[in-house]
Design a protein around this ligand. Structure first.
Ligand code: DGL
Length: 278
């Protein structure tokens, strides 16, 4: 099937991210639900989204989901926290009913919030990009469900570039992490949300700094469990999905650096196809 095409052959699950970090989430999803066909789209030519305005993030996200629906996706998971925070509500409530009323777009924030309100006793911490933190979406969702929880957040803009450089085990990254996490650790948060695609790569380091008293939530596993649960509750969507265990990976830029990241985060031999979203 060509990238421009869009035959009506069947239904895939689309996974969208601002770049390649969503591969970390997709890997967990495939581990849990290997039978389905997935189409990954990473807008790595325009990543990072984390410092961009809401308007730009919305426009990029709309282009991405439109592309994935044209590739026969029935259901799209926006794996990017920034796009989930800044664009998902409008996509679900305004764009989707007008354009693809029988298809679905889900984000990563709600399933993580549901876990956080179960795990959270007194204080929940959130780390994410500036976009995610400034949107206040996590705080609002948590406090709507469990107002007695105190919620603290910290933007960590240096973590994505450090992880993309493969520097997760270096002293520089540990120092940066300690600086970002200090206010959350001092406040004794009992639960910490990793509100960004890239942060599960730093899971051990983050858990090590926060200590055993803080439950660090692994967003990839949570999103995979929540998708399995969603498909169980929505047979009208599930029955439309192809089950050939075939995966396609689209990116908006391709270089040896991106190939290397894809192999590290998803697996050897990953084959990317370059497309244009504009
Ligand atoms: N995918 C983004 C997120 O989860 C991180 C990278 C970016 O800023 O685009 O928030």
């Amino acid at each position: 099937m060509s990238a421009e095409g869009g035959s009506a052959s069947g239904g895939k699950i689309g996974i969208f991210d601002s770049g390649l970090g969503g591969l970390i989430i997709l890997k967990e999803i495939i581990k849990k639900l290997p039978q389905y066909d997935y189409i990954y789209l990473g807008d790595n030519a325009r990543t990072p989204y984390g410092n961009r305005s809401r308007e730009v993030i919305y426009n990029f996200t709309e282009q991405a989901v439109d592309f994935l629906f044209k590739q026969d996706c029935q259901l799209i998971i926006i794996a990017c926290n920034t796009a989930s925070a800044e664009a998902l509500f409008k996509i679900q409530n305004e764009w989707l009913p007008k354009n693809y009323p029988d298809r679905r777009v889900l984000g990563v924030i709600r399933p993580v919030v549901e876990k956080a309100i179960i795990s959270g006793k007194k204080k929940v911490g959130i780390i994410g990009t500036k976009g995610t933190v400034n949107s206040h979406v996590y705080i609002e969702e948590i406090q709507n469900k469990k107002p007695q929880l105190e919620v603290l957040q910290q933007a960590c803009p240096l973590l994505v570039p450090l992880v993309e450089e493969g520097w997760q085990k270096t002293d520089v990254t540990k120092r940066v992490l300690r600086t970002y996490l200090k206010p959350l650790k001092s406040a004794k948060v009992d639960t910490l949300i990793l509100g960004c695609t890239h942060y599960p790569i730093l899971f051990k380091e983050i858990q090590g700094i926060m200590g055993k008293r803080t439950k660090v939530l692994h967003s990839g596993e949570i999103v995979a469990d929540s998708l399995a649960d969603y498909l169980g509750r929505h047979p009208e969507i599930e029955s439309k999905l192809d089950k050939n265990s075939q995966n396609i990976f689209y990116v908006t830029d391709l270089s040896s650096h991106y190939q290397k990241l894809g192999e590290e985060w998803f697996g050897k031999g990953i084959k990317f196809e370059k497309i244009d979203l504009k």
